[in-house]
Ligand binder design. Structure first.
Ligand code: KIV
Ligand code: ZN
Length: 515
């Protein structure tokens, strides 16, 4: 029987550290529920002391889910651990993830501590965490650049103090697969009590080696992999869950391990995370990219039509990629829509279904046939849990060669009042955003704007993703429509509503140092 590798998902913690990926509590719970369906073993739901938003998210996820272990990150400090323990109180299986840097670089420049002092602080943190939970994971930050002798001594000491999982991160994404595999082998061979803990690998993608390094760690004996959906995370991101899981599954002959992941849920999870974080998946991304199963050269198409396995090593159905079928038209009723949505995995309540149906009819009116991909963006748009302070009632634009781009918007404000204003700009989108600003008066800068067609064809829905900055915070907005100006206006209001919601709920985010 192959060994089991545990999948530790940190999309909601390390993944959410991607610039602009901030999610509200409802969105985090929605992602956590999907991660549960995906079959992950551990969900790292946040860093509770870092902000009220993270605390609330860890608390809400702990209460909402029963199957996976729920984990909260802490620094090796008593107060962090107490706050995490409080947030994890409702969890069926709580885990505290604490730790400290181990490389000389981190000790000298970041922590300004000696090796011995850091080891003592780590041991004390584990002992403190033991007062609240039994499952304690210890991270040795920047292990990839640390002295292996010191690393082994710290690991032995924290296991002795009660750590049950040892996380060996390549925090800076510096190592090569050979080096990282050798580091894990060293730990397995040299730490006398390593058999009392599960060894975990946490790799970053700065050199594009995160998945390869994690797999090298598994080959050397690691039995937990830390990863994120779509590989999102700090800087270049983390090990991508879908890639590492499918590598272990497709090449079971090479790795000799298995995971508990329900691979048919991968695509849906990837879309959900991309929709809610606003971080688009690159088309050539392995497993979940739009082109991952597209064959464009004639020779390849011919081969695949004769026998799929000539150019495909994964059956797209195994990762839940829906066969692109055109099913619905303006004549499809509410029931047919509900049935198709269920098939795609969306279980909407009556109010959500009403909104989606209304939007579906509008789309079906302008587009003859509604694809599954269209339904996905409609659902994302209409079921967003962001509180709506300003609603777009109407947008009208005049633009073109030799005219001054001018926009008029009609918005419904927080008290239900209807407001109309107009402005001009360098282009139609600029004019719309200026007109909206005249009504909402929320200061921000637009820092990113992207637009893509949801499906092929001239009548395709446009999906606009934007990011706005307000102070140090970045907010993402998404909107779709067959008219790119309307999609742009919707995306802007989505981002503005997020900004307003976050200001009202939490005030200014607390600044917390390492990790
Ligand atoms: O990359 C890293 O070292 C981390 C730790 C906090 C686990 O994310
Ligand atoms: Zn990390």
């Amino acid at each position: 029987m192959p060994d089991r590798v545990f999948i530790f998902d940190t999309t909601l913690r390390d993944g959410e550290q991607s610039p602009g990926a901030s999610l509200n509590v409802h969105e985090k719970v929605e992602i956590a529920r999907q991660l549960e369906r995906l079959g992950v073993d551990v969900i790292e739901a946040g860093f509770p002391i870092s902000s009220p938003g993270d605390f609330n998210a860890v608390q809400a996820v702990s209460k909402a889910l029963r199957t996976p272990t729920i984990c909260g990150l802490t620094r090796a400090r008593p107060q962090d651990i107490e706050v995490a323990a409080e947030a994890l109180k409702g969890a069926a299986r709580p885990r505290i993830h604490t730790g400290l840097g181990v490389s000389d670089n981190h000790l000298e420049y970041k922590l300004k501590m000696t090796r011995e002092a850091a080891m003592e602080q780590g041991v004390a943190a584990v002992r403190h965490a033991r007062r609240f939970v039994e499952d304690i994971e210890y991270f040795l930050e920047d292990a990839g650049r640390a002295d292996p002798d010191y690393l082994c001594r710290v690991i032995e000491a924290v296991i002795e103090a009660g750590a049950t999982v040892i996380n060996i991160p390549d925090t800076t994404g510096y190592t090569t697969p050979e080096e990282f595999g050798a580091l894990i082998s060293t730990v397995m061979e040299r730490v006398p009590n390593i058999g009392k803990a599960v060894v975990s690998v946490h790799c970053h993608d700065d050199l594009g080696l995160a998945v390869a390094n994690a797999l090298a760690g598994v080959k050397a004996g690691a039995r937990q992999v830390e990863c994120t959906i779509n590989g999102i995370g700090e800087r270049a991101g983390n090990t991508s869950l879908e890639e590492v899981v499918m590598a272990m599954r497709v090449r079971r002959d090479a790795f000799g391990v298995e995971t508990g992941i329900v691979t048919q849920e991968i695509y849906k999870t990837s879309r959900l995370v991309s929709n809610l974080t606003g971080i688009l998946v690159q088309p050539n991304k392995a497993i979940v990219g739009a082109n991952a199963f597209a064959h464009s050269s004639g020779i390849h198409q011919d081969g695949v039509l004769k026998e799929r396995t000539t150019y495909e090593i994964i059956d797209p159905r195994d990762v839940g990629i829906p066969e692109s079928r055109i099913l619905l038209t303006a004549r499809s009723g509410r029931h047919a829509l509900q049935h198709r949505l269920k098939h795609l995995g969306y279980d909407l309540d009556e109010t959500q279904l009403d909104r989606v149906y209304e939007r579906f009819l509008q789309v079906a009116d302008s587009k003859k046939m509604v694809h599954d991909e269209d339904l996905e963006v409609i659902v994302a748009d209409e079921t967003s849990s962001v509180r709506i302070s300003y609603e777009l009632l109407q947008v009208q634009v005049s633009c073109g060669d030799r005219s001054i781009p001018t926009a008029t918007v009609k918005l419904k404000g927080p008290g239900g009042q209807v407001m109309v204003d107009s402005d001009h700009g360098t282009g139609p989108v600029d004019a719309i955003y200026r007109a909206v600003n005249r009504v909402t008066r929320v200061e921000n800068d637009l820092i990113e704007f992207s637009i893509q067609a949801v499906t092929e064809g001239i009548d395709a829905l446009a999906e606009v993703t934007i990011r706005i900055r307000s102070g140090d915070d970045i907010f993402t907005g998404r909107g779709s429509h067959s008219d790119i100006c309307v999609a742009s206006a919707r995306a802007y209001l989505h981002a503005l509503n997020r900004l307003i919601e976050s200001r009202e709920e939490f005030g200014v985010t607390a600044a917390v140092g390492e990790p």
